[in-house]
Write a protein that binds this ligand. Sequence first.
Ligand code: NAD
Length: 425
Amino acid sequence: MSEKTSRIPKFYQLSVEERLRIVSEFAGLSSEEQEMLLKGGLDIATANRMIENVIGIFQIPLGIAVNFLIDGKDYLIPMVIEEPSVVAAASNAARWAREGGGIETWASEQIMIGQIQLVGVKDPYAARFEIIKRKEELIRIANEKDPVLVSLGGGARDIDARIIHSIAGPMLITHLYVDVKDAMGANAVNTMAEAIAPHLASITGGRFRLRIISNLADRRLVRARTRIPASSIGGREVAEGIYEAYAFALADPYRAATHNKGIMNGIDAVAIATGNDWRAIEAGAHAYAARNGRYEPLSTWELSENGDLFGTLEMPLAVGIVGGATRTNPLAKISLKILGVKSASELARVMAAVGLVQNLAALRALAAEGIQAGHMSLHAKNIAVMAGAVGDEIDIVAEKMVSEKTIRVDRARQILEELRNKKQP
Ligand code: NAD
């Protein structure tokens, strides 16, 4: 185990400043970085270079999930998310996993797939043969486009071609496999796909159309596994409830969609915190979940004889620590520093661990007390704000609604009115 620990009891009870002090010590954040976390790090000039038609900067809270022990190393997890309870749930479930020895992970190579669509190919099977025969030359042409990636040990690795029968007739689809190392890889792969497309057209006598990365990144998989002692989650009965919740998701796509949404709560929050493209991750995750022709859960849960649970997660995770917004948004850089990850593969493994325990937390809440109990307090605060409460009023109104078990904006308005009337002399 590392000397730094992410096991921080009662972290949630500390003030924002105390939490920031602990995280800064853990990650070695400078005073400038701490200031950026409190006041916002992205300036308007940088934002204006990131997307088009900028008129402002939108903010979302950044929280830290504690207690993560992944492959024997302690991690503090930055999560950017607007939904209450997610950060708390991740921290709780990471503690349960820790009691079972932590979370183990594995990642494949960082291979992304570029697709080149060829239409009007007369003899597609013969053309496919020709492409494969000339793949060394095509790979060389692709690699000429990214000497930086090649110098780092990455680059185009292989080429294959498939014939698909579409409503617009047969098409020859070439797949270019690229090791993108520490990048998400879309720009790198798209550039290579565009470079080889004219050569593919002249080899096959067809016309090229689309030249674009596939977000079904099934050559870039990550896995996480953990053992959850029954005693950590409230006993055998709860463990059985979690197992039955998983069985429900396995048998029913309506439930599987929500099961996977729970996993993505954790994964997207880390993706956003680190400046990664969460739409790409989402697209890949759901396409992978449906790879067997039926939409299925991305995780599995097994119940052992003694009531302990074994959880696994397997999914594609195309994330980077260079390129895209990971380096342009200073807050993303700070998140990566807090995580202390040294490669895209390590970031993907950490994200898989977060997704797995996030899933567990949701299943436990559903199987044990029902999801609303955990959501109540923060939800009530949001409703109080909607009703017009400010400052101390927010907590007073929220607490009253929780104690009454009536969390509605009309009730919040009544309580607020009574409170303000009482305050008047
Ligand atoms: P990028 O082009 O900004 O950075 C990648 C480049 O960085 C590599 O090509 C390489 O030359 C260089 N590099 C330096 N050090 C590296 C290292 N250690 N490992 C790997 N490369 C290194 O970004 P990208 O990752 O190619 O593309 C990501 C962006 O593409 C994201 O912003 C994403 O939103 C966007 N995008 C996504 C899609 C999609 O998912 N369908 C489509 C188009 C664009």
